[in-house]
Design a protein around this ligand. Structure first.
Ligand code: HEC
Length: 480
């Protein structure tokens, strides 16, 4: 494979040189060498939005017959060919409803955007419009060893190489107990994506007031149970609209995000003590905005052992922020990061957060079907796709990683993740190996956007709790 790529490139170089058109070093270029500019990709994004997105999709993921223009399938189709092949193919056949109607400049620009979206680095010169120049640029899915790496971006993408993983193949050593929690008489469990276990082994659940929304309800959505599933107490009536993400910190404080907002309520992060006293809030009640002291749609919160707070903000693909916001322990805004997109290190829907023992921040980017790992300053480290499409992540004190996939679907459209099934995957936050898989029990997952656990936590003995939106229940999983 590799050898034929290089031979193809060499042959292209010889041809181009024979045309008397080129300097020799051009023949050795690849898409990793910074062959378009950032400004060009930005122009290309506008062209894409006007002429390509209606068929190939906003996220270049493809729709119907129109193939994806980003990701492994696209890259393996084109790896080993040259930019001239891609340019000529695109120019002569696309847009499919009116081929060859754009200028050569517009085709070059739109391909610059496609390259950027696929994670290839920008550089100092624009992508050429002439086929004989484009024929000197190899398309290589992986950065060739030893290639110049002027921008440093190649390193990121190399670290991004997905680990080999056979989806859905791991054993399930767990047995489910869906009726574990005993609610007070007359009270039913609503949809939940928020569950946690405190240091005493008590289980905390934030559910959506017997329904999938607390708006207008006077029920208490935050519930405490003992380690046998007996109800202890509940609180929080009237405070939250849509409890979404939960974290329990080293002081057994209960942190919650409210993902919805209405005038005067919502779009906030709450910290309660375990008596149910509200200690503080972050964000402004009812103000949905991506400022330093407001959130648009806060999904998740985690607190580091030193008190540093991280909030993941932005639940809607293609709209609003897709960012991680960092605060010090007093709640003072420190920084934020997150560029919307699918390239390595970019985020689309940062749905869930967890910290491993080394302090690395795991961001479950649900829309992009992957976990992106950052350091606490926002430096991108790695992408992991082997744990599925993450709605919830928990990492225990031994770096066991639990990931809830509630959305993977076979058909194209929302949740598209062919070959992957929903359920909870368990593995190592150190090595990235997946060792166990608890399948979702919904018989027809492709019928709906969500089923199975969205929120996940494990206690100190490895008992897992999965909080389910569609099934309106929290399921306990103990080892067989
Ligand atoms: C009217 C729908 C439509 C529009 C608009 C459209 N395409 Fe396509 N495109 C398709 C379809 C369908 C295919 C698959 C059939 C084929 O290969 O010709 C495809 C295939 C492609 C391929 C080949 C992908 C591969 O891996 O083989 C590329 C590249 C491409 N389109 C680029 C573009 C670009 C760039 C634009 C905008 C300038 C665009 N398309 C606009 C429908 C469209």
């Amino acid at each position: 494979m590799r050898a034929s790529h290089w031979m193809g490139a060499a042959a292209a170089g010889v041809l181009a040189l024979a045309a008397g058109d080129l300097r020799a070093q051009d023949a050795e270029k690849s898409v990793w060498d910074g062959i378009y500019t950032a400004a060009q990709a930005e122009r290309g994004q506008a062209v894409y939005g006007q002429s390509c997105a209606n068929c190939h999709g906003q996220q270049l993921a493809g729709t119907g017959e129109a193939k994806p223009l980003a990701g492994p399938e696209f890259l393996s189709n084109w790896s080993g060919l040259t930019m001239a092949d891609l340019f000529d193919r695109t120019r002569t056949t696309m847009p499919m409803d009116r081929p060859a109607t754009l200028s050569r400049d517009a085709y070059a620009d739109v391909l610059a955007y496609v390259l950027k979206f696929n994670g290839f680095p920008a550089g100092g010169a624009e992508l050429a419009r002439r086929s004989e120049l484009l024929a000197t640029i190899r398309i290589e899915a992986q950065r060739p060893a030893g290639a110049a790496d002027a921008s440093g971006a190649g390193k990121l993408a190399a670290a991004n190489e997905p680990m080999p993983a056979a989806p859905n193949s791991q054993p399930n050593p767990y047995v489910a107990d869906p009726g574990f929690f005993k609610l007070p008489a007359g009270r039913t469990m609503g949809s939940s994506s928020a569950v946690g276990v405190d240091s005493r082994g008590h289980i905390w659940i934030a559910e959506r007031c017997g329904a999938n929304n607390c708006a207008g309800s006077d029920l208490d959505p935050v519930m405490e149970f003992d380690s046998k599933g007996n109800f202890i107490k509940a609180f929080g009536a009237g405070l939250l609209l849509f409890p979404h993400g939960m974290f329990i910190d080293a002081k057994d404080h209960i942190w919650l995000t409210d993902g919805h907002s209405e005038p005067g309520k919502g779009a906030q992060v709450f910290e309660f003590d375990n008596a149910g006293k509200l200690l503080r809030t972050l964000g402004k009640a009812g103000v949905s905005a991506d400022g330093p002291d407001t959130f648009a749609e806060p999904n998740a919160v985690v607190v580091a052992p030193n008190g540093t707070i991280f909030v993941a903000d932005g639940h809607t693909p293609g709209k609003g922020p897709a960012r991680i916001v960092k605060f010090d322990e007093s709640g003072k805004f420190l920084k934020q990061w997150g560029i919307r997109g699918a390239a390595p290190g970019q985020l689309e829907v940062p749905h869930t957060l967890a910290l491993d023992r080394r302090g690395r921040l795991f961001v479950g980017d649900r829309w992009n079907n992957r976990i992106s790992i950052f350091d606490q300053e926002g430096k991108f480290l790695q992408t992991w796709s082997q744990f599925g499409r993450p709605s919830g992540i928990y990492i225990d004190r031994n770096d066991v990683l639990y990931v809830a996939d509630s959305e993977s679907r076979e058909p194209q459209g929302y949740g598209y993740h062919p070959g992957w099934k929903r359920g909870v995957r368990i593995g190592s936050a150190r090595t990235g190996e997946v060792t166990a898989y608890i399948p979702d029990t919904e018989p027809n997952p492709d019928a709906g956007a969500t089923s199975g656990a969205e929120g996940v936590w494990a206690d100190s003995k490895g008992v897992i709790y999965g909080a389910q939106v569609f099934q309106k229940s929290v399921v306990r999983y103990a080892r067989k």
